[in-house]
Design a protein around this ligand. Sequence first.
Ligand SMILES: Nc1ccn([C@@H]2O[C@H](COP(=O)(O)OP(=O)(O)OP(=O)(O)O)[C@@H](O)[C@H]2O)c(=O)n1
Ligand SMILES: C[C@](O)(CO)[C@H](O)COP(=O)(O)O
Length: 258
Amino acid sequence: MSDDSRPAPAAATAQTAAGARTAAVIPAAGRGVRLGPGAPKALRTLGGTPMLIHAIRAMAASRAVSLVVVVAPPDGAGEVKSLLDAHALPERTDFLVVPGGESRQESVRLGLQALPAEYDTVLVHDAARPLVPVDTVDAVIEAVRGGAPAVVPALPLADTVKEVAPAGAPGEPEPVVATPERARLRAVQTPQGFERGVLVRAHETVTENVTDDAGMVEQLGLTVVAVPGHEEAFKVTRPLDLVLAEAVLARRRLNDGF
Ligand SMILES: Nc1ccn([C@@H]2O[C@H](COP(=O)(O)OP(=O)(O)OP(=O)(O)O)[C@@H](O)[C@H]2O)c(=O)n1
Ligand SMILES: C[C@](O)(CO)[C@H](O)COP(=O)(O)O
């Protein structure tokens, strides 16, 4: 049975509060340099299906998400639209495709600009995190609906982290300058969830490059809260991540009887 003849993912538990509408913006315009040569990362396949389609299905699996905005590679919006047409996606979800920019930050901003006015809660989710479970998506949405302006899914770290100073010369060892207390550190994932107005303000205000959207909200002086992330929400960044993602997907298919 081909992947695309399977039904859309099971319905999620988050209930849509009266009048509240949630959209997910998926930045998918990156090249995937760290993954190695090939097609743009979001278009590379996992279990025979483009990573982007997995990520879209993961967002649309939440019953609270009624719109997904895909931010395509700058010259690839047509290809992404064709991809969406060619794959089974939930009918209750609307989709928009817009061209992205030079950085993740710019791509997210372009996605936000395309959002219709009625959406008051926004998720931002990397196309490169194709396997995030729906319970994680719903936990983020519920925390935003519960009053948090910005929410990140996050996990404790397994490794001890060191802060280093630059090496004296290329190839020389880097001096370690600090060991932050590991119990207080978290590895942050996506989807990150926001009150729409807060995220828009962050993108209008912060000009330097920041690696995640919640970091921009922190710069506004607003509180960001963390909810439990999930180990299967890892980001496909390097070749080994792709091996792990294929293994997770194969195990899911075995468990689901496909
Ligand atoms: N100009 C960019 C750069 C990144 N992204 C998206 O941001 C997410 C997280 O970025 P990352 O994993 O770093 O992807 P790449 O930038 O593609 O990876 P690399 O740095 O290895 O090239 C990905 O879904 C990626 O497509 C984007 O929309 N626009
Ligand atoms: C947003 C993010 O996935 C949170 O961990 C991460 O910061 C993206 O970083 P990247 O270097 O652009 O992959």
